[in-house]
Design a protein around this ligand. Structure first.
Ligand SMILES: Nc1ncnc2c1ncn2[C@@H]1O[C@H](COP(=O)(O)OP(=O)(O)OP(=O)(O)O)[C@@H](O)[C@H]1O
Ligand SMILES: [Mg+2]
Length: 427
């Protein structure tokens, strides 16, 4: 088109028709930002008639407030930039509709240096904004789901690990149970026999002393006693027997832990128990471990009875309390706290002991993981406790740092939804 050619009335009407056909709003402004033209889309999007818009100041009419309703000073609006001769493209902003609702718009504005005004083109982006918000929400939901999946995956791995070790443990417990049974029973008979023999020997010794046996016959006996170191033998045989009994008892305990761990041979019943009572009776059993070394502090809250397998939960408390006592080398404090948290009860056992090294933290629930000297710990305490609490629908959480003590939180549902064993008495 020849730029010098005059604009005829025909051409002007043709261009206005084009402007009224496009779906973007078009506004023309004069140098004071008063609206001099509004196309059909602009009127439709803003809810005004063209005659209502024309002569209105764009800022006062359409942008006097921000989206939150607070005042939007003209100097801060993108149109202040126009007054300084600048142009802007694709700015997201808000125009206020005639009926009072905020309209999200994308703006393009270009100054008209010759006339001293500007052309503003805008489009409604509410739908796009809505989709963006929905997308963001979907992303956030996905993120949260991912997190839950990660957690569930970790849980599954832990359960799988526990299940396979559980099978192994059940097999081992079964294999060890029989031999340990007859060793234990033979040991009892042996103890009785040895005591009987020692009594017999005592009678012979009495005869030696009262002169009933001639001296020449006593000489070889005295020689024999000396060569076998009879006095030492008599004391040692009793020590050996008592140590063997302790050893067998220890193996029995390990086998029982293995059985608990593998959930075999569980004939326990579900019942509502008082956890304070459980804590106190466990403390009684452990009094030897605590005596003189561990100061006990109780901060018991108001908690309801909890449906559980009492003997299993006692075992959990025992393991955690024993660990706390063992973590205190010289003197220290163990604090017991209980509280209700919605549908759960939380038992917190905090010790001022040695704490757990960061490297060991990921392994403390692993079966057979122990930092105790060989023979002193089986490393089953926490793994059995974890399995038990998980089967009750609860959780165990541990906070610890070397030198800063350890806090174990045992979280139990007041009424578990999926009882681990569905025997009589299950809730
Ligand atoms: N309260 C605690 N303070 C410091 N370390 C702890 C504590 N509780 C557990 N641990 C660490 O976790 C390890 C595993 O504990 P767990 O109770 O499973 O086995 P254990 O005590 O070694 O042996 P077991 O309980 O079978 O006799 C312990 O060896 C110890 O290193
Ligand atoms: Mg332990």
């Amino acid at each position: 088109m020849n730029r010098e050619a005059p604009v005829t009335a025909e051409m002007q009407s043709f261009m206005l028709q084009i402007l009224d056909t496009i779906t973007e709003g078009v506004l023309a402004l004069d140098a004071t930002h008063a609206i001099t033209y509004a196309n059909r889309a602009a009127c439709y999007l803003l809810g005004y008639g063209a005659d209502e818009l024309i002569t209105q100041n764009l800022h006062t009419c359409l942008q006097a407030r921000r989206r939150d309703g607070s005042p939007y000073p003209a100097a801060e609006s993108p149109f202040a930039w126009l007054a300084r001769g600048g142009a802007f493209c694709f700015i997201e902003d808000v125009f206020w509709h005639k009926d009072g609702h905020a309209l999200d718009v994308e703006l393009t504005a270009n100054p008209l240096p010759a006339q001293g005004g500007a052309i503003v083109i805008f489009r409604d982006i509410a739908e796009r904004k809505g989709s963006q918000a929905a997308l963001l929400k979907a992303f956030q939901d996905l993120d949260a789901l991912n997190l839950r999946l990660d957690k569930a995956h970790g849980q599954l791995l832990q359960n799988e690990k526990l299940a396979s070790v559980g099978q192994l443990a059940a097999g081992m417990a079964h294999e060890i149970n029989n031999p340990i049974g007859f060793v234990s029973s033979n040991l009892s008979s042996l103890e009785k026999h040895v005591h009987a023999l020692l009594r017999l020997i005592e009678h012979y010794e009495a005869l030696e002393q009262d002169g009933s046996i001639p001296a020449e016959r006593l000489a070889p006996l005295a020689l024999l006693k000396q060569s076998i170191d009879y006095a030492y033998l008599r004391d040692d045989v009793q020590d050996l027997l008592s140590e063997s009994r302790q050893g067998v008892e220890r193996v029995r305990k390990i086998v029982k832990s293995l059985k608990d761990f593998s959930r075999e041979g569980n004939e326990y019943q579900w019942s509502e128990i008082d956890l304070h009572h459980c804590l106190e009776s466990t403390l009684d059993v452990l009094s030897r471990e605590f005596s003189g070394r561990c100061e006990l502090q109780r901060d018991y809250g108001d908690i309801p009875g909890v449906f559980c397998l009492a003997s299993e939960i006692n075992q959990v408390l025992m393991s955690v309390l024993l660990n706390a006592a063992q973590a205190i080398a010289d003197r220290g404090r163990i604090t017991l706290r209980t509280k209700r948290d919605g549908e759960f009860v939380v038992i917190e056992i905090q010790d001022t002991g040695c704490g757990i090294a960061a490297d060991n933290m990921p392994h403390i629930f692993d079966p057979f993981f122990t930092t105790r000297p060989v023979g002193a710990g089986s490393g089953l305490g926490l793994s059995v406790a974890y399995g038990t609490v998980q089967r009750h629908g609860g959780d165990i959480k541990i906070d610890s740092a070397p030198g800063a003590g350890t806090t174990v939180r045992i979280i139990l549902p007041i009424k578990p939804r999926h009882p681990p064993h569905t025997g009589e008495g299950a809730p």
